[in-house]
Design a protein around this ligand. Structure first.
Ligand code: ITT
Length: 208
């Protein structure tokens, strides 16, 4: 009989994030499910002042609700010339009916006239794993880039088409999933989380 896999709940409503996390954890003996699979629709009000506080809040909230090992993350774009905005407001930068496209247009408008040298930005990701309402592991990742003058590439999600990554001379919107994962804020955080999970699973933590 095959050993029972540990269930891991991805506590996110963002399909782009979920896809990247799933792909990165594919080779672990986990049964990865989503909040939707469990019929959990209660939104978590993200009101924290930092990525860490929002990620921690989401992770604990949904781990208590689901009863399973739960992974949540908070991430966003920080632009130096905009005083680190959009930051924790990245998802709703253009208002209550925000879309990726509207958010991108708002950043491009605010950056109009800003010279190339002053277009530095970075993506940040804080990821928190919880079990039974207790934090098990926290990891972070970040990546530096430049805010492009125009959109380029149709891959990825969110601000990817305007995030220019100098070492590859491409925007994140032009990177294939594996290429993005190798250098992105989320990929870097996931590398550490994956190492922790591998170890934890080897120790034979009880399947939840
Ligand atoms: P959940 O809270 O349900 O996980 P969300 O989209 O609301 O989903 P966040 O509050 O963490 O998540 O907001 C993250 C936003 O930051 C996301 O909507 C994008 O606009 C942006 N972002 C984060 N990671 C990104 C990435 O890899 N590429 C492009 N944009 C990204």
């Amino acid at each position: 009989m095959k050993p029972k896999k540990t269930v891991l709940v991805l506590a996110t409503t963002n399909e782009g994030k979920a896809r990247e996390i799933r792909n990165a954890l594919l080779d672990l003996p986990l049964k990865v499910i989503t909040l939707a699979d469990l019929g959990i629709r209660t939104p978590f009000p993200e009101k924290g002042p930092s990525f860490y506080e929002n990620a921690r809040g989401k992770s604990l909230f949904y781990s208590r609700r689901s009863g399973f090992l739960t992974l949540a993350e908070d991430s966003g774009l920080e632009v130096e010339a905009l005083g680190e905005a959009p930051g924790v407001y990245s998802a709703r930068f253009s208002g209550r009916r925000a879309t990726d496209e509207k958010n991108i247009q708002k950043v491009l408008l605010l950056m109009k006239g800003v010279a190339e040298d002053n277009r530095r930005g970075r993506f940040v990701c804080c990821m928190v794993l919880s079990r039974n309402g207790t934090i098990v592991k926290t990891v972070t990742g970040q990546v530096r880039g430049m805010i492009a003058f125009d959109k380029k590439g149709g891959l990825g999600f969110g601000y990817d088409p305007i995030f220019f990554f100098k070492p590859l001379r491409k925007t994140f919107g032009e990177l294939r999933p594996k290429e993005k994962n190798a250098v992105s804020h989320r990929g870097r955080a996931l590398k550490k989380m994956k190492a922790f999970l591998e170890d934890d699973l080897k120790k034979g933590c009880p399947p939840s």
